[in-house]
Design a protein around this ligand. Structure first.
Ligand SMILES: [Zn+2]
Length: 308
């Protein structure tokens, strides 16, 4: 009995240790290793700013804040950067998504999801409506992806408006290698502008919008299994969109419990292509050339997330 108790105690202690090690934050001095950067990566910690650079990658964190910079792109961490360490969830995801090798997929299946449609026009400014803009951007992205050898499908035709469930069902019936939902933003403040790309928050983490709380959702959603590649896809799409003419504002890679991100069993992102309520963004969204450029950028971001 004593032996059994001793074994039990050892097992519990080992389990606890594993739990602690598994969740332990990554001290900044060990961050290069945790992020997969070379040992001689340059580290600097000063005035609450941490920067790491090496192997062609650069990270910048601000102590106490979620916004960070990953290879030149604004990225919202799942946990605020600590005084002495980065949360394990962020170190692991960024290692896999930003530094680790991209998956090699000879003929990627891409499911593009133009938001809204049918009686749901989405946001609008005068005669310019989100559903039509999103579909046109998706159409241009599809052309580039097909030319690059991808198997591309759209969740809807220009005149259709399937439910969110129907869009998820399409992805469940034939899981793609990437699911990209395309939307247009709107705000009461006409100054609000720029591009943002969403992934599902990591298990147990709050999203970046205030209304996207972890407590409302289980920690094992279908999208969670694909988060590393979704994060890579988001970073690459955001980077490609920021290179557009007119240099759109970088609102960053963010996280939210959107239905398509939760329930699609594949790497899934939601791209907000700009604000219809901002003059600068609107010029891009409402011109045929602007929509084509947006579509090309999204396609290049998707292609960049695969090794080919
Ligand atoms: Zn929308």
């Amino acid at each position: 009995m004593k032996t059994f108790l001793a074994i039990l105690a050892t097992a519990v202690a080992a389990g606890l240790l594993l739990l602690i090690v598994g969740c332990a934050p990554t001290p900044y001095e060990r961050a290069p290793e945790a992020l997969g950067l070379p040992e001689d990566a340059v580290r600097s910690v000063a005035d609450g700013h941490v920067t790491l650079a090496g192997g062609g990658h650069a990270f910048a964190f601000t102590v106490g804040a979620r916004p960070a910079t990953v290879d030149g792109v604004r990225y919202h961490l799942h946990r605020p950067a600590g005084t002495l360490a980065l949360a394990a969830v962020d170190a692991e995801l960024l290692r896999a998504a930003a530094v680790g090798p991209a998956p090699r997929v000879p003929r990627p299946v891409i499911l593009l999801d133009p938001g809204h449609g049918g009686s749901d026009v989405g946001c609008a400014f005068g005669k310019d409506q989100e559903h039509a803009i999103a579909h046109d951007v998706a159409r241009h992205a599809a052309a580039v992806l097909r030319a690059a050898g991808c198997d591309v499908r759209l969740t809807r035709a220009a005149d259709q408006g399937p439910t969110l469930q129907a869009r998820v069902d399409q992805a469940v019936a034939a899981p793609p290698d990437a699911y990209v939902s395309i939307h247009v933003n709107a705000a009461a403040n006409p100054e609000a502008k720029g591009i943002e790309v969403f992934t599902l928050p990591a298990p147990g983490c709050d999203g970046t919008p205030d209304n996207s709380r972890a407590a409302s959702w289980p920690a094992d959603l279908p999208g969670h299994a694909h988060l590393p590649q979704a994060t890579r896809l988001a970073l690459r799409a955001q980077a490609a969109l920021l290179r557009l003419p007119g240099a759109p504002a970088d609102r960053g890679v963010k996280h939210a419990y959107f239905k398509v991100l939760r329930e699609v069993p594949a790497p899934a992102i939601l791209v907000e292509t700009g604000f219809i309520t901002n003059a600068e963004d609107r010029a891009r969204l409402t011109s045929p050339e602007g929509r084509q450029a947006l579509g090309i950028a999204i396609a290049l971001g998707i292609l960049d997330s695969f090794a080919r």
